[in-house]
Design a protein around this ligand. Structure first.
Ligand SMILES: Nc1nc2c(c(=O)[nH]1)N[C@H]1C(S)=C(S)[C@@H](COP(=O)(O)O)O[C@H]1N2
Ligand SMILES: [Mo]
Length: 258
């Protein structure tokens, strides 16, 4: 069911194991975080290091809880955009997303453009997790797709890479939806680009043909209808600078960890 022997066992995912798996080709999430201005000021500001905060930060590689098939919600609500509804998107639906491309560019060594067939051919992870929307509902569903880490390792991050920005095909109230995460979440083993949900092709309402699952974060971070991933050194020039559609509009927290 999953590529981890025991996905619920936090001890099976030590920070060492996570870093070891990265083969030193890219900065690790934590190293990158500590090197970023924010990271350094949070971790090392003031006379005393706040050990509680530091421990909480270091725990960000812990796995989100995974559930059994029996625990899956009989109904999983769709929220936000339920169909991008543009002529362009309708054409993609009509031909089964055969021409959909996922681009990976920005601060990478090898910019990529992948078809859905190519994404479906990649090694994938399956996980049954609980989605928590900030509006106060939750649902447990099964997600399947390649780990984002696999794609980012293939693209190769440049040393100033700090965030992954997700571009979406839908306009929500006239503006393209977008979201962003840091490299700790980008390389988290449960961060996947899901192309299947509950054992079937990802439905339009839930973000077909691909959507982000970033299981340690609230629902609005889980970008649907993803067309591009841009690797950036800073979020300031993106949108209005707050890192996401709702962050820019109504001040939702950029870091929505759960
Ligand atoms: N592109 C895009 N992604 C999005 C949204 C959206 O409106 N557009 N809504 C977000 C919110 S608030 C939630 S709770 C989840 C809902 O995912 P679901 O429709 O699969 O339940 O998607 C998130 N990702
Ligand atoms: Mo949400």
């Amino acid at each position: 069911m999953s590529d981890k022997k025991n996905p619920g066992d936090k001890a099976s995912l030590t920070r060492r194991a996570l870093i070891g798996g990265m083969a030193g080709t890219v900065l690790t999430g934590c190293d990158a975080f500590q090197e970023s201005e924010t990271g350094r000021s949070i971790l090392f500001s003031g006379e005393k290091i706040n050990m509680g905060l530091q421990r909480a930060l270091m725990d960000r590689d812990a796995l989100a809880r995974e559930y059994s098939e029996a625990q899956m919600s009989p109904r999983f609500r769709a929220n936000g955009t339920r169909d991008p509804g543009t002529p362009d998107y309708a054409a993609h639906v009509a031909n089964g997303f055969a021409d959909w491309r996922l681009t990976i560019d920005g601060r990478v060594d090898r910019p990529m453009s992948l078809s859905i067939a190519e994404l479906r051919a990649m090694p994938a992870r399956t996980q049954i997790t609980r989605h928590d929307c900030v509006e106060g509902w939750s649902a447990i569903g099964k997600w399947h797709g390649p780990q984002l880490a696999t794609l980012l390792k293939a693209a190769g991050l440049k040393s100033d890479a700090r965030y992954a920005v997700f571009r979406c095909a839908d306009l929500y109230r006239g503006t393209p939806y977008y979201e962003s995460i840091d490299l700790i979440d980008a390389f988290h083993p449960q961060t996947i680009l899901a192309w299947a949900m509950n054992g079937e092709m990802l439905p339009v309402a839930h973000g077909a043909p691909i959507r982000l699952r970033v299981e340690r974060q609230l629902g609005y971070k889980h970008a649907k209808y993803v067309t591009g991933i841009e690797i950036v050194p800073s979020l300031k020039p993106i949108g209005q600078g707050q890192g996401g559609y709702w962050e820019d509009r109504i001040g939702y927290d950029w870091y929505a960890g759960i």
